[in-house]
Write a protein that binds this ligand. Structure first.
Ligand code: GAR
Length: 215
């Protein structure tokens, strides 16, 4: 089995990054985390990756006058490390169509909502304001339009009385840590791939039952 070389792009604490690093330690995981890259120097996620023995790099977007300059540097670094697949994990920088198209079908993202609901930021606050009873997270391929790419995996959680942004975020984050490694595994071993504007799955699964909230 050739293990795909994965780069994780972060901007902060890196809890999803950590879940991917831990999953990739399994001997049968079809990929290895070859690089963790942050657009913000000094974030906690970089230190966590170093502790885990992963190569790290910070490319500070603020030193570039143009967005393209930052992305050219990013692209060079990824190619220097012979990266096959990019995982955006709390990477809070919008990427231009130029960069996204260079990595089409090979770049995935985790988003803290059940897309296509609540694209963009403040997803938990907006879910609470709308009064939805089911919320969640999504792993999707990255396309030029923000948070609009074909879906690879989703997890739903209930919204319960008394929830705050913090309690809801924590419930969703626990699911992010489960579905992101699962989705990455499917991309690495070819069980899920991008075909045109759809995700194609190599095998089906048991679709019995339903999710209800309140249960
Ligand atoms: C996660 O909840 C992730 O879904 C979200 O940022 C958090 C990063 O946490 N991503 C986005 O909002 C992307 N638009 P982490 O650094 O602990 O993984």
């Amino acid at each position: 089995m050739t293990r795909r070389r994965i780069a994780i792009l972060i901007s902060g604490r890196g809890s999803n990054m950590t879940s991917l690093i831990e999953a990739a330690r399994a001997p049968d995981f079809p990929g290895e985390i070859a690089l963790v890259l942050s657009n913000r120097p000094g974030v906690a996620g970089l230190a966590r990756a170093q502790e885990a023995g992963i190569a790290t790099l910070a490319i500070d977007h603020k030193v570039f006058s143009r967005r393209e300059g930052f992305e050219e540097e990013l692209d060079h670094a990824l190619r220097d490390h012979a990266i096959d697949i990019i995982c955006l994990a709390g990477f809070m920088r919008v990427l231009t169509p130029w960069f996204v198209e260079r990595w089409t079908g090979r770049m995935i993202n985790i988003h803290p909502s059940l897309l296509p609901l609540f694209r963009g930021v403040h997803t938990h606050q907006r879910a609470l304001a709308e009064g939805v009873l089911v919320h969640g997270c999504t792993v999707h391929f990255v396309v030029p339009e923000l948070d609009a790419g074909p879906i690879i995996a989703q997890a739903a959680v209930p919204v319960v009385p008394g929830d705050t942004e913090e309690t809801l975020a924590a419930r969703v984050l626990a699911q992010e840590h489960i579905i992101y490694p699962q989705a990455l595994r499917m991309i690495c071993d070819g069980h899920a791939r991008l075909e045109g504007d759809r995700t194609v799955f190599a095998k089906g699964w048991n679709a019995g039952g339903a999710l209800r909230s309140p249960a």
